[in-house]
Design a protein around this ligand. Structure first.
Ligand SMILES: *[C@@H]1O[C@H](CO)[C@@H](O)[C@H](O)[C@H]1NC(C)=O
Length: 197
């Protein structure tokens, strides 16, 4: 999964249609960074995936993604997984909230649905027969096709150019609703440019 990542996927999700064209440049070749000041029990993206068979390469206008991701988050099959994605804008030295956020109370229900915000940049490229498993099934290997993730998107709302970050958080709950001791938090930081009208 990667960077269009979610910043532009998220924005274009809310505002699908033709408008000006924007491009995202990702700040870090690794794409995902750890969240600052994490609460105890917070893991970064490596707490979710083993990336040893996975690679991305940064091209002029996007990313080529290939390989496998093996799930390693130590939670239980059947756990409910909550996904929270929030977009921030860097305004005069401070990360400020934008109106863009997505909360999915039961990510596993829609992990492979086209409507899922992570479908285009990620789960839509899973090739093997693991779609009955969710990210609560450690040991599962997701085999991805090799794909190009464009970092441009067309949005109708005027988008402020500048630096954005997306925070992505996964939390897991057992059948009684008790939260598991670990959660996943990662960030994607990038700059958004307008490339044409
Ligand atoms: C991905 O997994 C498949 C099946 O286990 C394996 O054949 C392939 O070599 C793996 N790809 C990489 C890049 O390691």
């Amino acid at each position: 999964m990667d960077a269009k990542i979610i910043i532009l996927a998220l924005v274009s999700l809310f505002y699908k249609a033709n408008g000006a064209f924007y491009e995202l440049s990702v700040a870090d070749e690794e794409i995902f960074s750890s969240c600052p000041n994490p609460e105890p029990g917070t893991l970064d993206i490596h707490g979710l995936f083993d990336f040893s068979e996975f690679s991305t390469s940064l091209e002029a206008d996007g990313l080529t993604v290939s390989g496998n991701q093996t799930l390693v988050w130590d939670i239980q099959r059947g756990d409910r997984v909550q996904l929270f994605i929030k977009l921030f804008y860097f305004d005069r030295g401070t990360w400020t909230s934008t109106a863009f956020s997505i909360l999915s109370q039961d990510f596993c229900k829609t992990m492979y649905d086209k409507s899922n915000v992570l479908y285009e940049p990620w789960t839509g490229h899973v090739m093997n027969d693991v779609k009955d498993q969710c990210i609560n099934a450690p040991g599962t290997k997701l085999i991805l096709d090799t794909y190009f993730l464009s970092l441009s998107a067309s949005v109708t709302v005027p988008l402020r150019e500048g630096r954005y970050k997306t925070t992505i958080k996964f939390r897991a709950f057992d059948s009684k609703g008790t939260e598991r001791p670990t959660s996943i938090c990662c960030e994607v930081i990038g700059d958004v440019f307008k490339i044409r009208n």
